[in-house]
Design a protein around this ligand. Structure first.
Ligand SMILES: [Zn+2]
Ligand SMILES: [Zn+2]
Length: 329
């Protein structure tokens, strides 16, 4: 089969690979299309210890089973036996595995093998670019479920990437009062305005930072770091009101220095959100099936063969593109 293989830092190339053999309980999926995730990008850039070349990346997939059924897959496979799994927190499984990570080949290929109980059938009419969002949106459903914001909450989002955008769209669905989103990419900030951000501001300049601070006023009830860089994490705390909640989602950097004393004095509640459970995945699928969340206008589709260009573009000069999708068949 054809596969896009990550062979060295910043290099992906098409190779012929053996078609996967399904293990007991697994099904082989013929991939239709696959989204490039931020975690695939960090692998590509050589920042992920668990994505080491040679490896087929990718875990956001839509495809077809042998019998013709069209499916999406929850790519996070948990043991379903450890205490975390038994408590319902399958995202915290002591031995979770993800497609396109460690030794497990991902979905930037013609075929991938996935446990059958991870699959969800989707309608033929569901657009491909919406179907590949089920996995990324599940992360956002999960974080709002953890954070449980109060009605009419004010939200700050640091980072206008895919996660920031999906958080904005989801917040609008659940009754947010006002949303500030900050970033340093003007094209993406323009997209955030189109998606209904109350204020989308470029904080590369002192004026931009002032504008964000003025709008924040006493601070936001909930602030999401959807970036994971050290300055972004501190910015999330700075934007949070006394007694408010900071949700840390971005994983760009492993360690960061935070002004803890300032946050202790404000009694900031800190929530860390990781991945999603099957429940979140199903809710995400429901929202996307209903067309209530959509990034189509900001999605770019390239053939798998142009994977190198797709990765270069999305990591170096994404412009207003919020999701890069590789068309496989
Ligand atoms: Zn993902
Ligand atoms: Zn487990």
């Amino acid at each position: 089969m054809r596969a896009l293989v990550y062979t060295a830092v910043r290099v992906v190339e098409m190779q012929e690979r053996e078609r996967p053999q399904p293990l007991p309980g697994e099904s082989v999926i013929a991939i239709e299309a696959a989204g490039i995730c931020g975690s695939d990008m960090s692998g590509f850039l050589g920042h992920s210890r668990r994505r080491v070349p040679p490896l087929v990346l990718g875990h956001e997939l839509v495809g077809r089973l042998n019998d013709g059924r069209r499916v999406v897959a929850n790519p996070l496979v948990s043991c379903r036996r450890c205490s975390a799994c038994l408590s319902g927190a399958l995202n915290l499984c002591s031995s979770w595995r993800l497609l396109g990570m460690d030794q497990i080949p991902g979905c930037f290929a013609e075929f991938v093998s996935v446990p059958m109980d991870q699959l969800y059938e989707i309608p033929e009419a569901m657009p491909t670019v919406r179907a590949v969002l089920v996995e990324p949106l599940a992360n956002i459903v999960h974080l709002f479920r953890l954070a449980s914001p109060q009605p009419f909450f004010r939200l700050g989002i640091v980072g206008a990437g895919t996660m920031g955008a999906l958080a904005l769209l989801t917040a609008n669905r659940i009754g947010v009062r006002e949303v500030l989103i900050q970033d340093v990419n003007d094209a993406r900030l323009a997209a955030m305005r189109d998606m209904g951000a109350t204020l989308a501001v470029n904080v590369a300049t002192a004026e931009g930072r002032d504008e964000a601070r003025r709008f924040a006023g006493a601070g936001f009830d909930l602030v999401l770091d959807a970036s994971g860089s050290s300055p972004a994490r501190q910015a999330a705390f700075d934007l949070c009101r006394p007694g408010g909640q900071v949700v840390l989602l971005g994983m760009a950097e492993e360690r960061s220095e935070i002004d803890f004393v300032a946050s202790i004095r404000k009694e900031h509640r800190v929530t860390m959100s990781f991945a999603y459970t099957p429940l979140d995945f199903e809710r995400s699928l429901t929202l996307l099936k209903a067309g209530e969340i959509d990034l189509t206008s900001w999605t770019r589709v390239l053939p798998l063969e142009e994977g190198q260009q797709a990765f270069n573009t999305i990591t170096q000069s994404p412009g207003g593109t919020l999701k890069m999708v590789l068309q496989v068949s």
